[in-house]
Design a protein around this ligand. Structure first.
Ligand SMILES: [Zn+2]
Length: 424
């Protein structure tokens, strides 16, 4: 028995960016088995979902998240840059327990799914306790336990446990990565060890890079010309390292970056909120894989990846002083297939093609913000929002149906989450 999304408008985001005005998508198990003419793919006993008034897109891919900090939302707005570079400490964070973090994960993953996000690249400490909650939500994820020199060798133990538990094969719905925190909080020795273990285990590496000026100053004090040189010295300036933020590079470093092929996790809202800065997206896009991330809720504070795409386009146009750059098509790809390339999973997901995993979003075309239907891709970037999301599927499982979670109850999650960590 298969599921057929019938008579849908489809943004395939394949190599030719084909838009199909009406098509059936047949999903067998976790895989897109076929895409065909409308009304032709359903067989007896299939579950047919009418999509004649809907737009189907690949699932949105959020390449930089910290799901376990969802309850920090609203705790630190409008702070000076120094507040963050002093260690990203959130006022009152000590009152939250690991159990609170785990509970926060379920709420965050539910929110991601309701927003049309089908895959996250998530990282934080205590990942051995957090990752099972991510797994239970049904979302696709690559998880990493944050490594810091200050936490010592025990950190490797936890990282190893996560690698052991989930493996590094992205064909697993949840797989593990190696996640050193940043260039200043990780010594050169730790970064070299990360490169060595990544090579040994086949894990992808996720790291914050050049997020603030003090970080780059510390890297220079260690004798490196800048952030890129620091990555190079550690053996991490490769296509296997995902660098988040990348704000404080020199012009020469930005020019040299694409030749290393280091994928970038671009988090425009977080960057603008806490650093009032954005990277030169128009200069980098198309030359190196770049995906979009919502980062953590204290610096964003939203988990709306569509808003992130719109902001990336607009802020990027401003940075380039050119309204022609960062086209709708490029932004649609950033939300989906380019995000998958960043995570090294583009052969599995990120576009709607036979043989790929069924990670899909169905947007309600009867929402006013989805009309008129002159250009569905344009609507996706510039006017749709999470309220337009109708159904969400990951690995062939419907996790959101008619705007409601199928594995969780949104109201219950919100109730349990609303006053989490509130001082008594
Ligand atoms: Zn981050």
């Amino acid at each position: 028995m298969a599921i057929v999304l019938s008579k849908a408008s489809v943004l395939t985001v394949d190599a030719d960016n084909r838009f199909l005005p009406a098509a059936d998508i047949r999903i067998e198990g976790r895989t897109i088995e076929a895409i065909g003419a409308p009304g032709t793919l359903a067989r007896p006993d299939d579950t047919v979902i009418d999509c004649s008034e809907a737009l189907v897109t690949p699932g949105l891919i959020n390449v930089h998240t910290h799901a376990a900090t969802a309850f920090f939302r609203g705790l630190a707005d409008d702070r000076p840059r120094e507040f963050w570079s002093a260690g990203y400490a959130v006022p009152g964070q000590e009152r939250f327990t690991v159990a609170d973090h785990v509970s926060s994960v379920r709420a965050a993953c539910a929110e991601f799914l309701l927003n049309g996000v089908t895959c996250i690249a998530d990282r934080l400490g205590d990942m051995d306790k957090i990752a099972p909650a991510i797994e239970q939500s049904g979302i696709r994820a690559i998880v990493g336990h944050t490594l810091l020199d200050s936490r010592g060798p025990a950190d490797w133990k936890t990282a190893e446990a996560v690698l052991e538990r989930f493996g590094t094969d992205p064909a697993n719905r949840v797989s593990a990565s190696i996640a050193p925190h940043a260039l200043d909080s990780c010594s050169d020795a730790l970064l070299r060890e990360v490169a060595r273990r990544a090579e040994k285990t086949g894990a992808r590496v996720f790291i914050h890079v050049a997020q603030n000026e003090p970080e780059v100053a510390i890297v220079r004090k260690r004798g490196h010309a800048g952030a890129l040189a620091c990555l190079e010295a550690a053996g991490l300036a490769t296509a296997n390292t995902v660098a988040a933020h990348v704000l404080y590079l020199s012009d020469a470093e930005f020019a040299a970056w694409p030749s290393h092929g280091i994928p970038i996790a671009h988090c425009p809202a977080s960057n603008l909120k806490i650093e009032a800065r954005t990277l030169p997206l128009a200069q980098l896009i198309g030359r190196v894989p770049i995906g979009l991330g919502t980062d953590w809720t204290v610096t964003n504070n939203s988990m709306d990846l569509l808003a992130e795409a719109r902001l990336a386009a607009l802020a990027g146009k401003m940075r380039a002083d050119d309204p022609e750059v960062l086209t709708v098509q490029q932004m649609v790809r950033m939300l989906t297939i380019e995000g998958a390339r960043v995570l090294g999973i583009d052969r599995l997901t990120g576009s709607i093609e036979a043989g790929k995993r069924a990670d899909l979003v169905v947007f309600d075309a009867n929402r006013l913000e989805a009309t008129p239907a002159h250009d569905m891709a344009s609507n996706l970037i510039y006017s749709l929002s999470p309220r337009s999301v109708r159904d969400v599927m990951v690995d062939g499982e419907l996790l959101v149906r008619s705007g409601k979670l199928t594995r969780d109850d949104e109201t219950q999650l919100a109730r349990s989450h609303r006053y989490l960590g509130r001082p008594s």
